[in-house]
Design a protein around this ligand. Structure first.
Ligand code: PLP
Length: 221
């Protein structure tokens, strides 16, 4: 079941900031995704490779699929032929694997580097030192079949708005710094993917270019 009035409200809020919506469809059946497609949604986010692939096989081919969850190197090959963007890149090793599989498919795969911004141990991502090291690694320069399009981050799961605000602000600041100082052939600084159901309004105020929203549109999981 899709909450159409909430969806309209979200779209309206995003429009003012020119922010894109990734409809997060994880755990929901293909019928729900088809329904979302029928009312015009074309950009879907899934967090598991197997689920993403199974859904992509049976749904229309003009859907843009975004992998937003943690990705293991040995699963890259299943999504490489068609995935639109991978939001959760957190190592050079993973990036090398994506590059290899993209090359096999004669594609350039868009990726975001996931940055660790939350005060929680459970969240994946690179810290600033790891991110800097990755971008400075000579092996990174050699990757010709990936395009780094920006950063992704998840804020602490808290109801303290100022914490979330500070985390999103620091991610956007980092993005701005990198986009003016780091220039490579395989980088095209464009996107800051931040904000989910509970915190997307804060995220768009802090410069998010893509929000990943699931439960507000499709209900609880
Ligand atoms: C599930 C998920 C979301 C969406 O969460 P909601 O609270 O349902 O909006 C966003 N990003 C990632 C990485 C997710 O796994």
């Amino acid at each position: 079941m899709i909450n159409k009035s909430v969806l309209e409200e979200i779209k309206h809020n995003l429009q003012q900031y020119n922010t894109k919506l990734i409809a997060v469809t994880k755990t929901h059946p293909v019928e729900t995704l088809q329904e979302a497609y029928n009312i015009g949604l074309r950009v879907f986010g899934e967090n598991k490779v197997q689920e993403l692939v199974a859904k992509a096989e049976v749904l229309p081919s003009d859907i843009e699929w975004h992998l937003i969850g943690h990705l293991q190197s040995n699963k890259v090959k299943y999504i490489a032929p068609f995935v639109h963007m991978i939001h959760s890149v957190d190592s050079l090793k993973l990036l090398q694997e994506i590059n290899k599989e993209a090359k096999k498919n004669n594609r350039i795969i868009k990726c975001l580097l996931q940055v660790y911004i939350a005060k929680e141990e459970t969240k994946f991502g690179l810290d600033i030192a790891e991110l800097t090291a990755l971008l400075a690694d000579p092996q990174f320069n050699e990757l010709e079949n990936i395009s780094i399009e920006g950063l992704m981050g998840m804020a602490t799961n808290t109801d303290k708005e100022t914490i979330i605000q500070n985390e999103f602000q620091s991610l956007n600041k980092l993005f701005k710094t990198l986009s003016t100082t780091v220039h490579r052939k395989n980088i095209n600084w464009k996107e800051v993917s931040m904000g989910m159901t509970s915190d997307y309004k804060i995220a768009i105020e802090q410069g998010s270019t893509m929000v990943r929203i699931g439960s507000a549109i499709f209900g609880g999981r």
